[in-house]
Design a protein. Structure first.
Lengths: 225, 225
DNA sequence: TCCTTTATTTTTGAATTCAAAATGGTCAAT
DNA sequence: ATTGACCATTTTGAATTCAAAAATAAAGGA
């Protein structure tokens, strides 16, 4: 179905930053680029607006949602709560095979840490957290988590990780893995909460939200190109 | 804007049960009823599908989502987690005025309990929980909570409350209020979790009412004929 | 020169139209 | 009588069209 396809493509463009936060989205241009008519695109925009990725302005079109500092804090809080919940549920339901998968991802991540490969490290990190959420066996939870993390990821293109922070993160991950192995629900929930609080502090401290307009100007240019 | 209006109207129809779970939604009929063209209605249906209230079948139209037992359990689990998070946050941020409001609602609820007025009791109950979520001061959280509770509410039109259950619920609410007054975040989170687990047991045990699916009904009729 | 006002163009919101897929019904064949 | 193929009708998916609102450009006056 075309509709689903379009939602996916546009969502990807938003998450990849191809359409930067705050950028206006001229329907006609996007239609041309995607080779579709306006009808399915507009449907997709409404859906993405409901997801919080797009902002609709009455009679003035839509723009990519721009997150304020407060929005970011809120998203992190919720993400934290969802992960803690996922951890608790995962402890009840996770299989040995799934734990092994998490352990493998953790090992790979540690290796990337040694190699100082930040990008690959992030990939593994995300895989671990997603594996835990999946292990919770709750599609509703998975859906909300996906939605929230997508919005967060979109805002921070790059997080500068100081060495001590990085080391701490790794230690926390080790603790997470151990709690999972012990199937210690409360312990895991607690670790996940502090782990994410640390990440939040990192991101918020870095100051992701530039309120200047040059970014918007660039957005228009890139979209036309 | 028409689009928002339509989403709201159709969502209400779904939540009120005017469109029962599992029912097919013929676009043309609904357009006629709402006096609009198909375009805005279809946009609305896509949004509601993203919210989980409507199910889209490729080339076969849409139907009101029908929740399975598992879906219900998942929703409750998430709702539980969200409320616990809201409670923790509320303890940090709630004002004395807001606490007073919760206390008032609680008192009213206790009165309705005395009067055996289940409907009004539910109204107050919901108001209390929503007040706590609001007091968390996190719009992202509020949005997700709203979405999840809406889906839950849709499934259970009526929950048969046995007297002992009801009494227990009231006691738990008393404990919730006290924890709020003490601003005891961990305590409140714990109480909210058990409180909602009890409610979930109630609902799941009752076997939430399944309204008849027209398609199924017709199939059965033809079989008998 | 700058601001206000008006006309033109562009863009959005929603209805209509068109094509494709599915549904329902009829009729022949076994 | 039941099954299966074929055609008509309905319904959906997406493009196009039309109207209204906003943005832009232009002209006139202080």
């Amino acid at each position: 179905m075309l509709h689903e396809e379009v939602v996916g493509r546009v969502r990807a463009m938003l998450l990849e930053g191809e359409i930067p936060p705050g950028a206006r989205i001229p329907e006609r241009d996007l239609c041309e680029k995607l080779q579709i008519s306006r009808t399915p695109l507009r449907e997709a925009l409404k859906v993405l607006a409901a997801e919080g990725l797009v902002q609709l302005l009455p009679n003035r079109g839509s723009r990519a949602a721009k997150l304020t500092d407060k929005d970011m804090r809120d998203l992190f809080e919720v993400c934290q709560g969802l992960e803690a919940l996922a951890g608790e549920l995962a402890c009840e339901r996770i299989t040995d095979a799934e734990i092994a998968a998490v352990a493998a991802a953790h090992a790979a991540m540690a290796q990337h840490y040694q190699d100082n490969d930040l990008l690959q490290y992030y990939r593994c990190n995300r895989a671990i957290h997603e594996a835990i959420v999946t292990a919770a066996g709750n599609p509703v939870l998975s859906g909300l988590y996906e939605s929230v993390t997508a919005r967060i990821r979109r805002a921070r293109y790059v997080t500068p990780m100081t060495p001590p922070r990085w080391e701490l993160a790794l230690q926390e991950h080790e603790a997470i893995l151990n709690a999972l192995r012990r199937r210690d629900a409360l312990g895991l929930a607690h670790i996940l909460r502090t782990h994410l609080r640390h990440k939040r502090e990192e991101v918020l401290q870095a100051g992701f939200a530039e309120t200047e307009n040059p970014g918007v100007a660039r957005a228009q240019l890139r979209l036309q190109a």
